[in-house]
Ligand binder design. Sequence first.
Ligand code: PLP
Length: 381
Amino acid sequence: MSDYTFQTKLLHNSHKFDPATGAVSVPIQHASTFHQADFDAFGQYDYSRSGNPTREALEAAIAELEGGVRGFAFASGMAAISTAFLLLSKGDHVVVTEDVYGGTFRMVTSVLTRFGIDHTFVDMTDLEAVAEAIQPNTKVIYMETPSNPLLKVTDIEGVVKLAKENGCLTFLDNTFLTPYLQRPIELGVDLILHSATKFLSGHSDVLAGLAVAKDEELAARLYALQNSFGAVLGVQDCWLVLRGLKTLSVRMEQSQKGAAEIAHYLASHSKVKNVYYPGLVSHPGHSVHFRQASGGGAVLSFELEDEEAVRRFSANVKIPVFAVSLGAVESILSYPPKMSHAAMPDEERNKRGITDGLLRLSVGLESPDDIIRDFEQAFEN
Ligand SMILES: Cc1ncc(COP(=O)(O)O)c(C=O)c1O
């Protein structure tokens, strides 16, 4: 089975059909508890927080796709990320990429600090800055590449090398690319995190988080935390993510093709100050990105003159929904300063280049020609 291409593995995996009935869709097992024939020897399942067959199918699927030993499904991306941070203890320190997702920023700055876990934000495009930020008590280096919302690219293998030299673990939020385009465990990363709310499920109809561990030791520690903290994904939502996964490759291909066309269009438009998309050769991280990923992805950001220009453009644009989130069949336009990065103080946000003129576009499955025509009229109005 491991010989199959990624595209085939999305469909032909260990849960291709239910061995009990032959059903070609994973059964949804609602039971919260399981009858035990003997209290000295429990069966495979005892209580659904600790293990559930529907959740296990999703956890096995994502582990196989990311190339890790074990997957974990959580109630949201933030539940996955927050549970992963519980691997740290009082007195530990974490190095975090500076334009990290706003919710992760909030977790690190206002929750972990209360438990005596310190942090340093760094520009992770700069390996020297990462090396300088590592302290004797640094236990984790946290990456997001391409980052949100500026699509900055981190050299994954470079950071892994630094982490190994300093005895740290590496975590990577792979939400933007998914394992279809980037498999960081193959590059040595210890723990992969996902907001499966995005491309993995793909239809803006489920909130979910996933984690995948590279080795058994880390997997055992994370399993204990998943079971202790208890923020597991419900079975209906597990099923929705499993269904979404089946079409991941075709959705990513189509959306990525559209994103490239739209990025080129925006890059040549007089009203656009900057376009951030790793698929453009002009992107500063382009060559590093294509060493570690097989495509530019389906998310791009672009900068207009100011907030007023954003206001006019977003009032006139018709096709994308104007909303928080990304990674869906419909294109989603969002305004990071007031949406994904609202949790970040203005000063921090501006320092990171997330200016008042910045818009982020997640390209869906519409014809890119229609989106370009729509943008053209929105710029003219
Ligand atoms: C890159 C990234 N990581 C994590 C999250 C958090 O995921 P969730 O909203 O599923 O909790 C998001 C959500 O937007 C995200 O964009």
